[in-house]
Each structure stands twice: as C-alpha cells, then as structure tokens.
Design a protein around this ligand. Sequence first.
Ligand code: KIV
Ligand code: NA
Length: 263
Amino acid sequence: IRRITVPQIRARKGGEPIVALTSYHAHTAAIVDRHAEIILVGDSLGMVMHGMESTVGVPLDLMVMHGKAVVRGTKRALVVVDLPFGSYEESPSAAFRSAAHVMKETGCGAVKIEGGRRMGETIRFLTERGIPVMAHIGLTPQSSHVMGGFRTQGRDEETWPLHEEDARVVAEAGAFAVVLEGMVEPLAARITASCPIPTIGIGASPACDGQILVLEDMLGLNPRPPKFVKVYGALAEQIEDAVRRYADEVRARAFPGEGQVYR
Ligand code: KIV
Ligand code: NA
C-alpha cells in the first residue's frame, strides 16, 4: 500500500493533528492530496454537487462515481467514502455488502458510517472482514428527520455520558477514527481524552485530534457557510468575475483572440 494507511492514522492519536478535507472530484482531490492525510468523499456531495436538500436522498451509486473520481485523482491520502443513508443501517450484512461494493468499485481505503452505540455491531462486523471504518457521532445529518433538524450536540450536560459511550463503543468495535460533528467544546474535549482512537472534528472545537471541513465551504463557494467554517478562499467571487469577463469578451468578439485560434 503506497498511500497513508489506516494504522498510520490510528497511530496519530494525541500526536500531530490530522488534516482532513472532503473532495468529490478529481482536480480538487489532486490539490488536497498534497496537503491532507485523509480525503473524505462525503455524502454532503448530495447538497454541494447535486443541489439536494439533505444527504438523505444520496444513492450508493453516486458515492461510487465520486469515489472513483477522487481515487483516480490522488496518490497519497487515505480516501474514505461515506456510506449513504439506507445502504447500511438495516444489518451488518447489508452494511458489508454496500461497503465491499464501494471498496471494490472505487479502490478507496475505508468507509465512514454515521452512528455510535447503534452501529457497534456493524463496525465490528466490517472491520473483522477487512473493511476499515471511520465512525461519525454527535450531529449525524442522516438522522436529521428524527432529530428535527441540525442541532449542536451536548448543550445539555446530562447527554454527555451518552456521547462518550458512543465514542467508546465505536472504538471498541474497531473503528480507526471517529468524526465528531457539531458539539460543544467541553464534550469534544472529554471524548478526545477518553477515546483511544483519533477524533476528527467538524464544528467540534480545537480539542480534537484532527479537523475536517467541506472543501467548498472553506474555499468560499457556499453563500451561507455554517458558523464553524473558516472561509480560506473566495472562489465564488473568483468564478463570478471570470465568468463575467468571459461573457463580456464573447459579446465584444474579444474572445477568442489571436492566441486561441488555429491558423
Ligand atoms: O459528508 C460529509 O462531508 C461529512 C463530513 C462533513 C464529516 O460527513
Ligand atoms: Na457525511
């Protein structure tokens, strides 16, 4: 294996922070590949790439398509592909079927599934059969219909033991890392301190062992990014400006110019 491996990520617990980003497409993945240890093909692609309202409608085939693009575009990072809603929750064997399909078709190195305690048995089933699993707890967008939206987790201190239990269960079941999404800092800090595998935070404070963001959010393509996003780029403005100049030049017959013509 020439890429960053699952055991290498696992060994980063408590060490140098793990850099993770999402990518859904070959050209952006090639850039991210030079800087991040983990590239997640997240089911957020349903919203970002396909204009869906939530991740609930994302089909397995779409994850396979984007997963293939990202694996082809990269050579160094560990590529993790999200299993989408409906493809794994029913049973460990259903999860194995979906995860094996994704790994065989895309060549990714691991899959991610949402859920803590309830997914313990499934995580064990997959890891014992050769499929590395990244877990995802706290705010889990695939269950937004049950939770009644997207709520920051752990505002009520009485819920902390349940979240800590989620982290303990997924680690004991064999997950090599766990995404902590949308939770208050003291809870993320407690989980990171007690959990033996790396925690990768998104909206979960600097207490985590690593961080992940949706690439398009941090590049400035999302017109209304969530509070936890730091916007490092201005892609929306850059694209708008480039498209406007192109349109102006086509209308003015200034494009194509001398340099763009076959003589
Ligand atoms: O789908 C996604 O992009 C994710 C990350 C935000 C963790 O699950
Ligand atoms: Na996701």
